[in-house]
Design a protein around this ligand. Sequence first.
Ligand SMILES: [Zn+2]
Ligand SMILES: [Zn+2]
Length: 330
Amino acid sequence: MERIRLGNTVFEGLNNAYLLPGDRPTLVDAGVATDSVRRDLREGLDAAGYEVADLEAIVLTHWHADHAGLAGELQAESGAPVYVHADDAGIVAGDLDAIAAEREIRERRFGEWRIPDEPLAEVTAFLDGHDDLRGDRVDVTPVEDGDRIAAGDGDLEVVHLPGHAAGLSAFAFDGERGREAFVGDAILPKYTPNVGGADLRVDRPLETYLDSLARLADRDFARAWPGHRDPIDDPAGRARVIAQHHRERTERVVSVLDDHGPADAWTVSARLFGDLEAIHILHGPGEAFAHLDHLVAEGVVAPPDDGGRYELLDADPDFDELVAVPETKR
Ligand SMILES: [Zn+2]
Ligand SMILES: [Zn+2]
């Protein structure tokens, strides 16, 4: 298996694509649709002794442009099927209804979060200005949890891990160390993947993501290959650390409300993260929302009032119960 490093100055920084050589050369993820990333990808394939036309399958971990952007043009050149989870298939395919549905939720949420006019204009311009990075339309083959996709000299098992994105899926395979997985942005080695802002279609985003972390911990993969940065040697341990991080963040959200009084998602975000720019204007209040929404569902916080403000009902909840941190086996 070859790791291909791709530039990405737009979103979280460098991206990884992966090539599984063998009987059915397969590419995992495809990078943003820019000239420099196009070049990175071709050079990476070339270094492994392959060209785009050799690809017989392309699998995508999720719909974000830094993972799916080049898929359409790679498909046009190679004829390879592009596999992505059914929940993300519509957006990757460029289906207008799917894209409109996402946009509608986005606009509604931006209002609910009370993002002020100036940052709202900035983030909207950012998102609209980067629409082209999504690249060409893709003829998608949707997959579901548990499906197996022939890839390289073996197969990839689809492991659905929603949260950061609705369709986010890992692809498990027999690697050098045992059962390993390409995990996209389900877990990352350094940052905590954004939840709540990265895919507004996800219902109960924090709870959904925590369930995925528990599942990852339970699978106890020998190694994970993320969408950004270096491989993760103990994915279960990393899932545990990220869950722990969310528990601490939940505590902070409760203390912000306790300190400030009823507050909207934008205000909570400002207390947590300070001033935000570009895509973070989406991710900051999104993350605050994910936690507030979870606290509402658990009865710790009242549903937002007419001004979008959340009021704390219980200043001393049982955080262990609110945010489960998975046990790990090692
Ligand atoms: Zn992502
Ligand atoms: Zn990413």
